[in-house]
Write a protein that binds this ligand. Structure first.
Ligand SMILES: C[S@@+](CC[C@H](N)C(=O)[O-])C[C@H]1O[C@@H](n2cnc3c(N)ncnc32)[C@H](O)[C@@H]1O
Length: 229
């Protein structure tokens, strides 16, 4: 599971962003949650502070907090400058501007880092990667995957998506994935086949519109539920 840090953009989202991205209700927040590919999101840190149950899995967690922060500092200006150069193309409803986006991403990684060492010791931040996860069948109620599957459809093929979603459904009763567009802001080429596959297997599929949008058109979330009764 060797991961090269200089290929990674360690940008993470907050608990409030996760709530909006995944339409999480108060009842959802009290479930046993696993966040897959959580990276330097502060969802786990903020949820834990409120006494909620979250495990985050990511190959990034093989690195120290200092290494993750160093990589963040190396890339943040470049990325924000790219966003500024195309500023009119983005949706500034949640984040108000490229500078606000930068401010929020810095705040999130600081929150994450303040919890990272403690969380690692209690296995709340675990090294692991799709398509295979080291958890028992149905160990979680809800598996969340933000900004990995579908977004990286040009890098991760259909079988990777199928195997990964199958694995998430093995360990959790319900899976939610956001967004459903690619890095090029196109409808993911894998989405329709995935929906067809899980519908044919009897799973309940919902595509929900959400309040959060930054990439234009990136405001839909896929929900797959194991029990249809
Ligand atoms: C764009 S970041 C999203 C971080 C977080 N989910 C959020 O939305 O704030 C994508 C994350 O996916 C992780 N990742 C890459 N390949 C993965 C895999 N096969 N399984 C799990 N996570 C992976 C990366 O290390 C990175 O932290």
């Amino acid at each position: 599971m060797a991961m090269v840090l200089d290929k990674v953009v360690p940008f993470g989202r907050s608990m409030d962003e996760y709530i909006k991205i995944f339409n999480l209700t108060n009842a959802d927040l009290n479930k046993r949650i696993i966040g897959i590919g959580d990276g330097p999101a502060s969802f786990n840190a903020e949820m834990t502070r409120q006494g909620k149950s979250v495990v985050s899995v990511d190959p990034l967690y093989q690195f120290s907090g200092d290494e993750i922060l160093q990589r963040f500092n190396e890339v943040v200006d470049n990325i924000i400058n790219q966003v500024k150069a195309t500023s009119n193309d983005w949706v500034w409803s949640y984040h108000k501007s490229p500078d606000d986006l930068r401010h929020n991403r810095v705040k999130v990684i600081q929150e994450f880092l303040s919890d990272y060492e403690t969380g690692k010791k209690s296995n709340r931040y675990a090294v692991g990667e799709l398509p295979k996860l080291a958890y028992d069948n149905q160990e979680f109620d809800l598996a969340l995957c933000s900004h990995l599957l579908f977004l990286y459809s040009d890098h991760l093929d259909y079988n990777f998506h199928l195997d990964s979603i199958g694995e998430m459904l093995r360990i959790a009763k319900e899976v939610r994935i956001f967004p459903l567009i690619t890095l090029m802001w196109k409808h993911s080429q894998h989405l329709d086949e995935i929906v067809k596959y899980y519908t044919s297997k009897g799973y309940k599929i919902d595509i929900e519109k959400v309040e959060y949008e930054l990439q234009p058109g990136g405001n839909k979330m896929l929900k797959i539920t194991r029990d249809i009764i």
